[in-house]
Structure formats: C-alpha cells, structure tokens
Design a protein around this ligand. Structure first.
Ligand code: URA
Length: 431
C-alpha cells in the first residue's frame, strides 16, 4: 500500500484556522480527491474552510493548475484558424452561446464551446440545444476537431477527461453550499478553459439577483481573478460584466430559448440579446485578431443563420424541425396599469425550473417544452389584465409552485423606470 504524502486532516485544519496551503499540499489534495483517497466529506470540509477563509492569489493559481492537470489537455494547434471561446458565469434566459458561436465562426475564427447543463435556477446550453430534434451533445475529440475544421463552430459537452477533479468537486460544492465562492468559482472555470486549449477567451461575468455574484464589486473581483489566471496562463482574455438583475430576452426555458436564439440569427429578437451577442462577438473577434469586422452585419445578412444551420446539422440536428411545445400554458396578467419597474431574474429562474425547465439533481431529465415567455419587461407600459408572462409546462401540477416563486417578482408603478440602458455594465482587462 502506498503511503500518502500528507494527512488530509492537517490540510483541512490549516485552512480552517486561516492559514495558507503550500503548493505540495494543494497538488496532493486535488490528486488524492480525484483518486478517491480523500473522501467527499473531507473535501466538503476543506471547501467550506476555503469558502469561509478564502485563498491567496498563489493558492488560487496552484489550485487551478492542479485541477487542470488532473485530466487531459485538448490541442487545437493543428487548426488553420485561430480559436476563441466565451464563458458565461450563468444566468436566467442566457441563450447567448447559441447565436454567438455561429456568428463568430462566420469570420473564420474557430469556436469550441464546450458547455454544461443547467443546475438549480440557471439554464444550461446543452439542455437548450437538446430541444432540437436529433441534435447530439456528446462528441468524441475527433468529432470536435472535425466540426471545427469544417463548420468552424461546435457546441458540445466537455469530455469526462477534461479537469475531472473539477467535475467531482463542482458536484460536491453544489450539494454543500460552497458554490458561490470566488476562489472556487474562478479556479473551476479557468481550469476547464485552460485545459480546453483555446488561445483566447471572453468571460461574461453576470451581476444581479439571477447570478452567483449579486453585486458589481464581487463580480469585478471574480472577473479580475479569472482574467489574471488566464493571462498568466498565456491566454488572450478579457471579461465583460453584464446585467442579470432581469432575465435576458423574453424567454426562459430550453426550447423557448432556442426559438428566441433563432429569431436573433434571423436578424430580429430582443434588443438586449442582440446587444450582448454582438458585444461578446466583437471581443472574441478582437482577441482572435479580427477587430476589423462588424459582427452585426453577419446577423443582419443571414450569414450567421447559415452557419447555425450547418452547425446544428453537423451534430445530427434538424434545423427545420418544429421545436417541442408545451401541452399546458397559463397566463399571468398585470394586476394594475402602469409601467413594469422590476422583474426579478432569480424568481423567474426558479419558477421556470419548477415548471420543469431545470433539474434538482444532475441525473434528472429536463422538459424541453417548459419555461416562461415574458410579454412585458422593465420600462414597458402595461394595462391591467394584459398578459405579463405565459407559463409553459408538460405537468400542470407544477404550476402552483411556479406561481409561488413569482410572488413579488414583478413590480408595476406609475412612472417609467427600470429599463436598463445597456446590458454591458463594465469590463476587466489584463493588468
Ligand atoms: N461554473 C463553473 O464551471 N464552476 C463554478 O464554480 C461556477 C460556475
């Protein structure tokens, strides 16, 4: 039997007592957890100690490297095009990856979007894409390379070989109240992104009730931590801080969001979704050396739509197939006349989740059809009795709990206020 280099209880107590872990301790604990030598209950105690006492910059960097080294690294160097990737910290109604990946690929920049599934009130890109009949999320590394070589964009599940330590730790954090912790979020995201092998990365760090970071100062700190980790690892990187106090666009839920993404690709769609898609595309293209083009043009002239159709078909999906629609809908009407002054992203996300769009445990299935259509957003006028929301579900017994989540979520007042001027609130660049 091999002798372990450290005693895990010493590592936990160091962090519990506010001390710093040295590089050897960090390398060992991540490796030993991946091998199953450190048990889940020990790792959750350590995660909670980190949650409470934080980590120094050196510790975060080493933790990130150790998680990255727990698995394989992808290599896109054989591609003839530069690669660029986007990562969002997660929100409500955030379907941006769907129009963004094909839009950027129009300009000969390869977009490897290795994406995740939704958990809790935030939706996941793979769940959304899977509402397209026939579309396949799980691709081999060869299939990913083929998509990038031919179409130039791929949205797919990250293989199990990529940062397996994070896969295990993230699932543990999700059930131990240790997700919203800046050092753990930053190292989780950046270990996967660095392992994925993209040469440039744009981070969309969400701020507001529907995001992990509820205020701009914490969002800025998370963005700064991730941008520094990325630039130290040689990535061309920047972060946009974007509003998640209200849902993005006018749909929340899997098939409903695909429908809206297709509207954006057809040159229409809600202004906030278009604004953010174009802003992120500009950054991705700039990072990849294509700052000379205007991505708004490819949305308007149909090139992004053509690329979307190629991308969907390349993964077995039928871009012309009807999207699944819910058997049960219920309208929530305005209780007064006036202006919508607030619409809480978290409440809408929880309601959509309860309607069946999200899952409580990672093994659960989601309903492609479930979700919420938003008929009036902050800043818009409504009259009493006018539809504000339509709830969609396959299981009508879920509606009551969804309605409970919506209690107090929408405010209507006599004066026009609450419509955000811009979804992009700030940016963070390497120092
Ligand atoms: N997304 C991740 O990949 N990891 C986190 O810790 C939080 C969001």
């Amino acid at each position: 039997m091999s002798v372990e280099q450290f005693d895990v209880v010493d590592v936990i107590s160091t962090k519990r007592d506010g001390g710093e872990l040295d590089n050897h301790q960090i390398d060992w604990v991540i490796d030993a957890y991946t091998r199953g030598v450190v048990a889940d209950e020990q790792m959750s105690a350590l995660a909670m100690a980190i949650f409470i006492n934080g980590m120094q910059r050196r510790e975060i960097e080493r933790w990130t490297q150790a998680m990255m080294s727990s698995g394989e690294r992808m290599d896109f160097s054989s591609l003839t095009r530069p690669t660029s990737d986007k990562h969002s910290t997660g929100g409500v109604g955030d379907k941006i990856t769907l129009p963004l990946a094909p839009l950027v690929a129009v300009y000969d920049v390869a977009v490897p979007q290795l994406s995740g599934r939704g958990l809790g009130h935030t939706g996941g890109t793979l769940d959304k894409m899977e509402s397209i009949p026939g579309w396949r999320a799980n691709l081999s590394n060869d299939e990913i390379m083929h998509m990038l070589d031919t179409v130039g964009a791929v949205i797919c599940a990250a293989g199990s070989g990529l940062a397996p330590a994070d896969r295990k730790l993230y699932a543990l954090r999700d059930t131990t109240g240790t997700v919203d912790c800046i050092p753990l979020i930053a190292s989780s995201i950046m270990s996967k992104k660095i392992a994925e092998g993209t040469s440039s990365l744009v981070l969309d760090v969400k701020v507001g009730s529907g995001a992990f970071m509820k205020d701009i100062d914490h969002a800025r700190e998370l963005a700064r931590t991730m941008v520094d980790l990325g630039s130290d690892a040689g990535l061309s990187i920047c972060a946009l801080l974007t509003d998640m106090s209200t849902p993005l666009g006018r749909t929340v839920g899997n098939a409903l969001e695909v429908r809206e993404a297709v509207e954006v690709l057809a040159g229409g769609g809600p202004s906030d979704v278009v604004e953010l898609t174009v802003a992120l595309a500009r950054e991705m293209l700039r990072q990849a050396g294509r700052g000379d083009v205007d991505p708004a043009e490819a949305l308007a002239d149909g090139r992004a739509m053509d690329k979307w159709r190629e991308m969907v078909a390349g993964q077995g999906g039928d871009p012309d197939a009807a999207l699944p629609a819910a058997q049960h809908t219920e309208v929530i009407a305005a209780e007064a006349s006036g202006y919508v002054t607030a619409m809480d992203a978290l409440s809408i996300g929880v309601a959509s989740w309860r309607l069946g769009a999200g899952r409580a445990r990672k093994e659960d299935a989601v309903q492609a059809e479930a979700g919420i259509e938003i008929h009036a957003k902050p800043g818009e006028a409504v009259t009493k009795g006018q539809p504000l929301l339509t709830l969609h579900t396959q299981t009508p017994e879920r509606i009551e709990r969804a309605r409970e989540a919506l209690s107090g979520a929408i405010a209507i007042g006599p004066e026009r206020r609450g419509g955000a001027d811009s979804v992009v609130l700030d940016r963070v660049d390497p120092q």
